[in-house]
Design a protein around this ligand. Structure first.
Ligand code: BGC
Length: 362
């Protein structure tokens, strides 16, 4: 059946083909009854997108050979087809990313904890993304955003990932009496800086370690959040570890397995470390595994991974975005360091060292 309405602009890629991104016209969404049509305002680009753009990740919907990119979005409700959705035209919304398969966890509303792995992810795996003018979606996958947060709400999806990681770490630590004081965040992209903000909101002394200099946008942002920014420029990981001491909580968001394994011994007794990076370099490392494992055992330490985030973490993210803005006016906004109109999407991969988060404006 031919789609009704005018075609809409979109960025699509051929999965697993590097440099295949194209600006194309695609058929407009055909919302099913009860679905909501959303006009996209802007879309954030993250490490996962860069992996897709370099041909290392991504899957088109069944029967198609191209995938509409984009999973970090902000949009405005354009219309609702029948049914009651709790959403009205003009509402700002952010869409969640993962869509359930039929596994028990997905069925219970926790598709971020999917057991079967048959989920789809919009803009990543077998479902079109949001880097297009219009999309349609079931209301249960749309999170309403207060208008006063609209300028930063494109950060809500990455923030949800951090909310989940931090909440899970604190839940895991209910295994013991735990009073965390020092946290280490590895990486100062949007995920690292959002983690820095959350941990500062929770009152932890937070160190954010990254590759750029202290006078970089990321370094200044981390400092503005009351965190200590540690530049890794010209400093071997081993030396950094010795000078920084130990941490109750470590969040690894660089996606470098070398950084992750070097950081492991920096975990304090009874500490917890969470990995959220995309590790795809196929690096083979020689590691002192006996001493690493023995240290985990003797120190009662936990290392865990966390991916994606369900709706409740988006909702928690809205509360924290509000709190972060009132505590550090003008700082969260700076995480959006580059804005490109859709017409200039080609420039997205030409990143400057100071770039934290590039967004594409529709
Ligand atoms: C997204 C998650 C997603 C993950 C793996 C991340 O960039 O934020 O929602 O689950 O990629 O595909």
């Amino acid at each position: 059946m031919a789609a009704e309405g005018n075609p809409v602009r979109a960025i699509t890629i051929t999965p697993l083909v590097a440099k295949s991104a194209r600006r194309v016209d695609v058929p407009p969404p055909q919302p099913a009854p009860g679905e909501v049509t959303v006009r996209v305002v802007r879309v954030g680009i993250c490490g996962t997108d860069f992996e897709i753009l370099r041909g290392a990740l991504g899957e088109a919907p069944a029967g198609e050979d191209r995938l509409v990119l984009g999973h970090e979005s902000l949009g405005v409700v354009e219309g609702v087809v029948g049914g009651v959705s709790g959403l009205a035209a003009g509402d700002y919304v952010v869409a969640t990313v993962r869509r359930p398969d039929g596994c028990p966890n997905c069925t219970a509303g926790e598709s971020d904890m999917c057991l079967w792995g048959d989920f789809t992810e919009r803009g990543i795996k077998r479902a079109h993304g949001f880097l297009t003018e219009l999309y349609s979606e079931k209301p249960e996958f749309l999170v309403k955003v207060p208008p006063e947060l609209a300028d930063v709400a494109v950060l809500l999806e990455p923030l949800s990932v951090v909310e989940k990681a931090v909440e899970q770490a604190f839940l895991i630590q209910r295994r013991l009496r735990w009073e965390p004081k020092r946290a280490l965040v590895l990486g100062a992209g949007a995920i690292g800086l959002l983690a820095t903000a959350l941990l500062r909101l929770r009152g932890l002394e937070t160190f954010t370690l990254a590759r750029s200099g202290g006078d970089s946008a990321a370094g200044r942002a981390a400092a503005a959040l009351g965190g200590a920014y540690v530049s890794a420029v010209g400093r071997p990981l081993e030396e950094l570890r010795q000078s920084l001491g130990r941490f109750d909580f470590i969040l690894e968001a660089t996606g470098s397995s070398a950084v992750a394994s070097h950081a492991l011994p920096a975990l304090a007794t009874n500490g917890v470390m969470c990995l959220v990076g995309v590790y795809s370099s196929n690096r083979v490392q020689e590691l002192p595994v006996d001493s690493l494992y023995s240290d985990l055992v003797q120190g009662n330490k936990v290392v865990f991974g966390s991916v994606n985030a369900g709706r409740r973490y988006f909702e928690k993210g809205i509360e924290d975005l509000r709190e972060a803005r009132s505590r550090w006016p003008g700082v969260i906004e700076r995480f959006i360091s580059r804005r490109l109109p859709l017409e200039r999407f080609e420039e997205v991969t030409a990143r400057s060292p100071g770039d934290i988060k590039t967004v594409i404006e529709l």
